[in-house]
Design a protein around this ligand. Structure first.
Ligand code: 13P
Length: 249
């Protein structure tokens, strides 16, 4: 039985002082647990505030929401994997829907980011998911497999085995619509098969998270679905009490 993974993607929310207050409140609602992994992805500018507030809680790990693939140099405004790692991040989101659809990130760029993450000792959480139009056209499986393969193209089998994957249908993000547990499970099964193709038996251990309008009302049912190993939560992770109730699901 895998330990479930609960990941909070704060997106462009929570300034350092808010992040610190959030963590203090969250810790009061969520005593230390051995049987689940909690990840928080704050703004890079709040990373220090969060890692500092969590220094006595190794059960809660911190990551960044994005990196650039070069290690350093003249790339104004970007953060690299080694800089994120040195600043206290252990994880990084790669290929999030908003990076793809708001900022035009390509499959190939997601691949370069995942490879850079692994080189620097960051664990990538690779996000994949189809748009509503792709879903209506019956292309969901082909899209998520293409995105997964591209994101992991530069990552060796051993590091794929220690990565995480999230299925986040674009039409479910921030819309209040979620995939049904059965639909999520069906796509996760496809992703699992692809992970096995890429890494053999080790692919079995890769946590596959579901994301898209997860809240405290639907978390338990989604988490109970076969092949759903955790949840990646946006809006509902911004309230400390609500987030704690999801993490206790
Ligand atoms: P919401 O939970 O706000 O739909 O966002 C999901 C998401 O994009 C998490 O990465």
């Amino acid at each position: 039985m895998k330990h479930p993974v609960f990941a909070a993607n704060w997106k462009m929310n929570q300034a350092p002082a808010d992040a610190k207050a959030f963590v203090r409140q969250f810790l009061a609602y969520f005593p230390r647990q051995q049987d689940r992994l909690v990840l928080i992805f704050p703004s890079a500018l709040a990373l220090h505030a969060v890692t500092d507030a969590l220094k006595d809680r190794p059960d809660i790990q911190v990551g960044v929401q994005n990196i650039y693939w070069e290690d350093n140099g003249a790339f104004t405004g970007e953060n690299s994997a080694p800089i994120a790692r040195a600043a206290g991040a252990k994880y990084v989101l790669v290929g999030h829907s908003e990076r793809r659809h708001v900022f035009g990130e390509t499959d190939e760029e997601s691949g370069k980011k995942a490879a850079a993450a692994v080189r620097a000792g960051l664990t990538p959480l690779v996000c994949v998911g189809e748009t509503a139009a792709q879903r209506d056209a019956g292309e969901t499986n082909a899209v998520v497999i293409r995105q997964l393969r591209a994101a992991l193209a530069g990552v060796g089998p051993q590091h794929i085995a220690s990565s995480l994957v999230a299925y986040e249908p674009v039409w479910a993000i921030g819309t209040g619509k979620t995939a049904s547990p059965a639909d999520a499970s069906a796509v996760h099964t496809v992703l699992r098969a692809e992970l096995r193709t890429l890494t053999g038996e080790r692919g079995e251990a890769v946590p596959i998270l579901y994301g898209g309008s997860v809240n405290s009302g639907n978390a338990t049912a989604l988490l109970a679905a076969p092949e759903v190993d955790g949840l990646l939560v946006g809006g509902a992770s911004l309230d400390a009490e609500g987030w704690a109730s999801i993490v206790r699901a």
